[in-house]
Design a protein around this ligand. Structure first.
Ligand code: F3S
Length: 771
């Protein structure tokens, strides 16, 4: 143990348990006969609950993409929108505190407008007061750090405070992989998965395949880390990373800052990757020291020097390798409406004309969790200072979102906020704002108008920024956004073209320059934004949820299985595509994320009825039409359990757990389909539902609404504890009395049978923790 650098007490909760991890890893290495491992595998395997679990395997290729790993994450982070359901579920387990350190971040619910940070923050706190109060009280009760509204964006705060090389963490947000920029394995999950980690229950992950990205050359001039990931998104498309962890390596990594690596990992979510990560670099050490974590930097450096823990083994095999030469890279502009439509800046004018995109840009926005580092801000300010010196003024509105109070205060001290503001920028609150639709563009803004915005954000689906489906969001680096505000024109290439000044002279930008880290160090900023470092749980703190609330509702544990065969009626036969958006719509419904009953009024409103072709219409037994959720509420009231029958890839799209919670809450018991999207199938099992797949697809045609279904052999299946799947027979009784059997497949594991028996995974965890 002398090989480990021991950190003072105050840093312990933020340092991965390196000694234990190395111990675990060496057991795995022995089992695998010292086969070379990638960095991602080293971090994952070192977090196995039982390293012996993989003793049946002698080759990583037999594990990747095939086996499930049971893992013990080190930490959990939750953002305000998703934390509500995560914590409501955690509460039902009845535990006094969380099993691992955790943090809550109030960032998604804050609206940004031209009025600027102070006024926006005040208004958003007042609109969301009860949600923030609830989250704060949960934090105090269970010992979870509460980062209040205005303190910053979850991923920036995690990078500044919690991410460390070799850490494994879960976050209830899809851009959690941002922390991979500092060498962690950080994965975005739903609330029920977060509860696994919060309760110390092993968290299951199908071992991902590993996609190696080899970077050569080095970044210079206008090219920034953002251009690496926008280029990769163009090459790989939005599905190219699915089932993979992206691991970067090669000499080119050395020219990246830690925050630049975070930008790249952040947008790994846009290619569907499980997460992304980087081997330990000097840049990581520098970043840890400058964010006041020198002892942790030393511990990481020592564990890497002594055990080569934080880098891939020589000869490690990747499932796929992509090479990118940074010397030949050029800035890209990705969009509209999808992050993988990538156009190099030199082709932007031509592509704009070809596609008939509007040539005038309506606004430029920089910052967000993706691009609000000191380096990003100082480079953007260097562009503005050039323009200011030449007497140029921005042609379009310009917004800056600092990622955290620490960044905001530091760039204020160093005069950058002044540079932004005196040149017409609006500095928004340290929060998500326009990145997640929380952007008030003023009453004169036409929500239907086709218009182009340039942002340094990460996502650009329709309506994501301002609620307008016709706003075309092009994603690019903060450098390009900032230069483009001086032309307001998609035909302008700041790398090669000039702008005419009032005196008739031509002005051309020099490439931006910035500082990787502030020369004078970071300053924390205003105290009121900082929580206690390691809060102790306080059992006497009441968790505030008003029974009259429209936004929050305590969860009633779902009823355990009664030990009998299930008997239920088909309420709806769905036709065609049925994604999590069809099952639990987003948009205006987001405000009910903490109120299961209220949000359940959106259940399956996007689904198409196979028998009538209507959307959001189902029929009661007497033939009367209802909106789908209304009929579900009626049958719940009448204690009539129900089944939905559907086609292929049911529940595709996202890990949105409400799509499983709501049907369960409304008394659904079986979802019977031609095939499932895997994550949704798992989510249904976690909520105590029975997901079944037709053995013979043609049986879909034999079943109709109002058929009565009875399971045959469920009791036996439960007694056998699943055996990782099998066949379950359903007896179908048509309304005319005709009766026949069909065979269905299930994929329930032993644990998942446990969830079903207990009523849900949360009940199961609660029971086992109380034993
Ligand atoms: Fe927030 Fe946008 Fe990031 S919503 S967490 S700033 S992706």
């Amino acid at each position: 143990s002398d090989a480990f650098h021991h950190v003072p007490e105050i840093f312990k909760s933020r340092t991965p348990p390196y000694e234990k991890l190395i111990n675990n890893l060496s057991k795995v290495q022995r089992i695998l006969n010292n086969q070379p491992l990638t960095l991602a595998e080293k971090i994952l395997y070192s977090h196995l609950v039982e390293p012996e679990e993989i003793s049946g395997f002698h080759n990583v290729h037999d594990i990747r993409g095939k086996e499930y790993l049971k893992l013990n994450p080190d930490r959990v982070a939750m953002q305000d929108a998703s934390a509500q359901m995560a914590l409501l579920q955690f509460m039902t387990c009845g535990l006094p505190e969380t099993a691992v350190p955790a943090s809550i971040h109030c960032d998604h619910l804050i609206v940004g407008s031209e009025k600027g940070a102070e006024s926006d923050l005040k208004a958003s706190i007042s609109t969301n007061q009860e949600v923030f109060d609830f989250l704060k009280s949960c934090g105090e009760r269970y010992g979870i750090q509460f980062w209040g509204p205005g303190s910053g964006i979850i991923h920036q705060i995690v990078l500044e405070n919690f991410s460390v090389p070799g850490l494994m963490m879960l976050g209830t947000d899809s851009h959690t992989p941002n922390a991979g920029g500092l060498g962690a394995i950080a994965i975005g999950v739903g609330g029920a998965d977060a509860v696994d980690a919060l309760t110390g229950t092993p968290w299951e992950l199908k071992a991902p395949k590993i996609l190696g990205v080899k970077l050569t050359g080095h970044l210079s001039g206008w090219v920034s880390p953002k251009d690496i990931i926008t280029k990769l998104a163009g090459m790989l498309t939005v599905r190219g990373g699915t089932g993979f962890i992206v691991e970067y390596f090669g000499d080119g990594v050395e020219s990246l800052s830690c925050t630049g690596m975070a930008t790249i990992c952040n947008m790994g979510a846009e290619i569907g990757a499980t997460t992304s990560t980087f081997p330990m670099q000097d840049a990581h050490y520098r970043y840890l020291v400058s964010t006041n974590r020198e002892p942790i930097a030393k511990a990481a450096e020592s564990v890497n020097r002594n055990f080569k823990f934080l880098q891939a083994d020589e000869g490690a095999e990747y499932d796929q390798i992509i090479e990118l030469d940074l010397n030949t890279l050029e800035p890209s502009v990705n969009g509209p409406f999808t992050p993988d439509l990538s156009t190099p800046i030199s082709k932007l004018a031509e592509t704009t004309k070809e596609n008939k995109w509007p040539e005038t840009i309506s606004a430029g926005l920089i910052g967000s969790c993706t691009n609000s580092s000191y380096q990003d801000m100082s480079r953007a300010a260097s562009i503005i200072k050039q323009a200011e010196k030449a007497g140029l003024k921005p042609k379009i509105p310009f917004f800056v979102t600092p990622g955290s109070e620490q960044i905001r205060a530091t760039i204020e001290r160093d005069g950058l906020i002044d540079v932004f503001e005196r040149n017409g920028a609006v500095v928004l609150a340290n929060a998500c704002g326009p990145c997640i639709g929380q952007w008030d563009r003023g009453k004169d803004f036409d929500k239907k108008e086709t218009n182009v915005i340039l942002t340094s954000f990460n996502r650009n689906f329709r309506a994501r920024n301002d609620g307008n489906r016709n706003t075309m969001n092009f994603l690019t680096s903060p450098d390009i956004v900032t230069a483009m505000i001086y032309s307001g024109d998609m035909n302008f290439n700041p790398l090669t073209q000039s702008i005419k000044l009032e005196n008739g002279q031509d002005f051309k930008f020099d490439p931006p320059v910035g500082e990787e880290l502030p020369g004078k160090g970071f300053i924390p900023g205003r105290d009121r934004f900082y929580p206690e470092l390691a809060p102790k749980p306080k059992a006497d703190v009441p968790v505030s949820v008003s029974p009259k609330s429209e936004r929050l509702q305590l969860l009633e544990p779902f009823k355990p299985w009664d030990g009998k065969e299930l008997k239920a009626t088909v309420i709806l036969k769905v036709e065609g595509k049925c994604t999590t958006d069809h099952i639990s719509a987003a948009g205006a419904w987001l405000k009910y994320k903490g109120h299961l009953e209220n949000i359940a009024y959106n259940t399956l409103i996007g689904a198409q009825n196979k028998e009538t072709g209507e959307v959001n219409t189902a029929y009661d037994l007497d033939g009367k039409p209802y909106q789908i959720p209304e009929l579900m509420f009626k049958w719940k009231e009448e204690k009539r359990p129900w089944i939905v029958v559907a086609e292929h890839n049911y529940g595709e799209g996202s890990a949105r757990e409400h799509a499983a919670l709501q049907p369960r809450f409304l008394n659904g018991c079986i979802i019977l389909v031609k095939s499932f999207a895997r994550i949704h199938e798992t989510n249904l099992k976690k909520q105590g539902m029975l997901p079944l797949v037709f053995e013979n697809e043609a049986d879909y045609d034999k079943i109709g609404s109002h058929d009565e279904i009875t399971t045959k052999g469920l009791i036996e299946m439960v007694e056998k504890e699943g055996n990782n799947g099998g066949i379950l027979v359903l007896q179908v009784k048509k309304p005319n009395g005709e009766t026949f059997d069909i065979r269905c497949k299930h994929t329930m594991s032993k644990d998942q049978i446990g969830f079903f028996k207990a009523g849900s995974a949360i009940n199961f965890i609660g029971q086992s923790k109380k034993l």
